[in-house]
Design a protein around this ligand. Sequence first.
Ligand SMILES: Nc1ncnc2c1ncn2[C@@H]1O[C@H](COP(=O)(O)OP(=O)(O)OP(=O)(O)O)[C@@H](O)[C@H]1O
Length: 329
Amino acid sequence: MPDMSLIEINDLKVHYPIRGGFWNRIVDNVKAVDGVTFNIEAGETYGLVGESGSGKSTTAKAIIGLEKATSGTVMYKGKDVTKGENRRKLDYNHDVQMIFQDSLSSLNPRKRIEDVIAEPLRNFEHLDKEEEKLRVLQLLDIVGLDADALYKYPHQFSGGQRQRIGVARAVATHPKLIIADEPVSALDLSVQAQVLNFMKKIQRQFGISYLFISHDLGVVRHMCKNIAIMTRGRIVEVGTRDDIYNNPMHIYTKRLLAAIPETNVNHREEHRKHRLEIEKIYQEQQATYYDKDGMAFPLVKVSPTHSVALPPHLAKEFEQQSENEGVNV
Ligand SMILES: Nc1ncnc2c1ncn2[C@@H]1O[C@H](COP(=O)(O)OP(=O)(O)OP(=O)(O)O)[C@@H](O)[C@H]1O
């Protein structure tokens, strides 16, 4: 039997009802997440990328159990953790932690850092005062903060330092998976790199997996082995880092790649031209990449590691190819 992935998300859907009319009946649904499937392996960083409103955060919330799945499964240790009873049985809330974009609102402003970081320890491990303090100090050290941080409050830190505190808190109970929802989007470029480096260091040290959510393919590049591109509630392209950056095939992925800012001033003009070119192609062709309801087409395998939601006229070639390969086996 093949090894199980750490977590397997299968055809996950989260639809929100829209009510209206005199009787306040359900008149339609917002398909925030509409059939998302991917696996995260132990120790890897999996990227989920898309623009605002594409359904990334709702996917994350459904995985962690903060949002109810309309259908589909999230399999962890062989059980579906969209069901509360399985989450409790498997200690899922201990094993899966989250880091949010805005640490100022996600860290309790009235608690000192010692208590902020100790909170998950108090929920899940019963240490005495001395042991607890030692653990908090170790965690601060791992994310490069001094012991005097213990007695300060979140607002006394910079954005980058607060994100590091969020990382220390998430890692406190040695989780198996950390869901990081836009963990560096609110930070300056130089500080982003610092926080990402701490995240990588911690990953090596504790062997944890990340689900790394971002709107920016530039940020994800140095973090993720596998990446899924999401828009309008569906995955439109999924592949290895190499597939996505060197052979993007969906028009939406190409546009996201062109949107990565060029840091080298000598290449800025060239990059601007390329971006405008892609934008023109996007405007001309995007309608063909979605069905009559504006939804992405089913994914088609274009290589063993790479799948793309190609429109039917482009998908044909690859469907034919896989059929032929099937015959050869
Ligand atoms: N509770 C809700 N009720 C109705 N619609 C919702 C709800 N939560 C999210 N949505 C809608 O679902 C879609 C996906 O939202 P989601 O927050 O998952 O996107 P996102 O990609 O994470 O964007 P962002 O980065 O801006 O949070 C959006 O159209 C949003 O308006």
